[in-house]
Write a new protein. Structure first.
Lengths: 231, 231, 231, 231
């Protein structure tokens, strides 16, 4: 069994990230949350006693500062989760190039920056887990959604490469393909189509399972989708 | 949360199947075990109070009799697991055609026969889970291993088709890709390469996690491999 | 460039197989056609001067007799194409087990039997190409179409395994995923949706291209679909 | 049959790009070559009568200027090929972030910029083909090669999304996975392992085949590898 004490969640909001923060805290981990806008993290911080950090994950310096700050307050980071993504939609001919670049930077490059800092620290301690959140677009390029596909495909390439390098170093790298819509905070499942949205708490449970896996039996990628989702 | 009461494990031996039987029993399920040779199931039967049934999963009549017998003793089957496979190795030019046919019949056709009977009963009760055990050969055709690839690819096609049909009927169909060697019963992990074989109990834990998934957040396929396995 | 003199097409009908037979003949190859029912091959035989052979590709003896007969009439077989498939549709619970077994036998096991005989002969001459026809179902298990998915997935596993073994022996093994409906013989493309069906002659052109590939630059799998096909 | 008159090759060097330029010219197309450094294109320009353009494909303005310049000299672009990539290798912990960003910009973002300009023009004329060059890293993230995987995975996501959007608009978008090492210009195949490197001229032949495909029978992705390459 794993023996993780601390977790850093990057891209923390009030959906999946909040569910992860709660579940990690319930299981005794000390949690740090990082987001571009930490105002929205206040209530989570209060409830969970979590540390919060402002960070733009697509900026080298900002990520470095984040990790240094977390080093100072939590010490080792056993678990790091990367959630941020940026997307823009439209026909290829009409996409704004700056937004496409932003999609690559936030969704994929930021994953590299955070993954790299996490790797450095976990290699030093000889253990850890780095989890990345993907989407349907990680494995299928939908029409009118090229920027999201570019970012999420790139992130998957990164994760696969990291998993192959780091698994034999006792660092568990895993990728989750969220193949469907997550239930938005404060909303209910529709009564005429029950459980059609992924429940954040249920997604968190699968992340937690992967974190608990014995190293003889690791998963590097897991798809999650609602029972009524076509795939 | 799921509320499963009974499980039928087909292809029961003393490795993964035994681990599943123990874990299911520990969690309060009544377990039935089916195998071509039930002599080897005696100690498991005694320890767990499990029912055992003789069955050749590649024969229509044998599978039908199995399910009828389980109907009579356990009633509803909430969980069905299909493990059997048959393989033969060698260069294409030297393979025995009868053995190739056997690989298809045991690995894939038997999966269909068991899956079909399970489906009929689960559709009647409106719930259930059917789990299938795959291998590296489910997604990669290795040289000198065509029969295993044929059987496991076919099984994966079956599972994918069943998952798409049955998920919206509240029946969770899932496929596990065991990508590495399972620690043989009675053996220890090598001291010079710790945890290099998949632990049956750890595999069972991931099957159990998938069984516990909420239907808003289902996995249809999960890969499991040792930390040192190249992939 | 390749220097192929003879071709054997198994599963010959009046659609893709006929197109291949014509294209091969036009390019100077001597063509043999094999089918369960050779009556339907009569006009093709007359037009092309092709040899025809009765064969049930899912039967060991029948395949052996076919290859022996072709040995006697054509000598070496440089190119072998395997097209047959058998499918049945329906919900899992309602499928006829005998039809499912038939789908595996014709679609996949027959591919092995023909592939094995072709391999033996090509290994002796040190060259050759074996082409297999797949479908959308080769890579996606659609609901209500499990038997076809089982057969076509299995065939793909076979081909991948053969390709890995035989490529370094100078035998080119390739798999074509026909992802869409082929224009039926005698029909026209619909005027309100031009070119929405795959043209058999155009498919044949891609098979021919793969046959012409230099061994420094081989394809083992190629998808073909109409421009308006969703994928 | 297609009726293409002009081709723009971006990322033109003296390997694959030169082979494509020669083959296109031989088949009657007027060819434009774009590269960051056009000095190296001089001999090709002289031999083929090709137009050459300086362009940094990862810069919005540079790509726009390129297309405007090509508009002025060639008119319509029927075929556009995107080849550039940038890679850097090393353990995750040691990679230079700036180089990782560069890999994403050149390999993937530049593909988008060029693809977008090509799309605008081809939508106006109602036809065209856009071809992208991938690598083994397009589908597999190798250890110590994360930046290349990120760039090439992202490019593949882009191409898949473009193919789905543009195919029904009569624009053929295709992706080539070069799975092996290309024979460097001026070198010979090793005598002890003949044809172990992909021949640029042979790759070009497959690109040409895809360009010639009838729209009822299009390929969106094609893998090419030497006969002795393990995959």
């Amino acid at each position: 069994m794993t023996d993780f004490k601390t977790a850093l969640i990057v891209g923390a909001g009030d959906g999946l990230s909040a569910a992860l923060a709660r579940l990690f805290t319930d299981n005794g981990l000390q949690v740090a949350l990082a987001a571009r806008n930490i105002d929205k993290l206040q209530s989570l911080k209060d409830k969970l006693g979590a540390h919060t950090f402002q960070c733009d994950a697509s900026q080298v310096d900002s990520v470095l500062q984040l990790f240094n700050a977390v080093d100072a307050s939590l010490g080792a980071r056993d678990v790091v989760v990367y959630n941020p993504s940026y997307r823009t939609r439209g026909p290829i001919a009409e996409l704004d190039p700056a937004a496409v670049q932003q999609a690559l930077m936030v969704t994929a490059y930021g994953g590299f920056l955070v993954g790299q800092q996490a790797t450095k620290r976990m290699e030093a301690t000889g253990k850890g887990a780095i989890l990345f959140t993907g989407a349907s677009a990680s494995v299928k390029g939908y029409p009118h959604s090229a920027p999201f596909a570019m970012g999420k495909f790139a992130l998957r390439g990164l994760v696969q490469s990291m998993a192959r390098e780091l698994a034999p170093k006792n660092i568990h790298v895993a990728h989750f393909i969220i193949d469907g819509a997550i239930l938005p905070p404060g909303q209910q499942q529709p009564t005429d189509s029950p459980d059609r949205f992924l429940e954040p708490n249920e997604i968190a449970t699968s992340y937690w399972h992967v974190l608990q896996q014995h190293r003889s039996t690791w998963t590097w990628e897991m798809e999650l989708r609602p029972w009524v989702e076509r795939f």
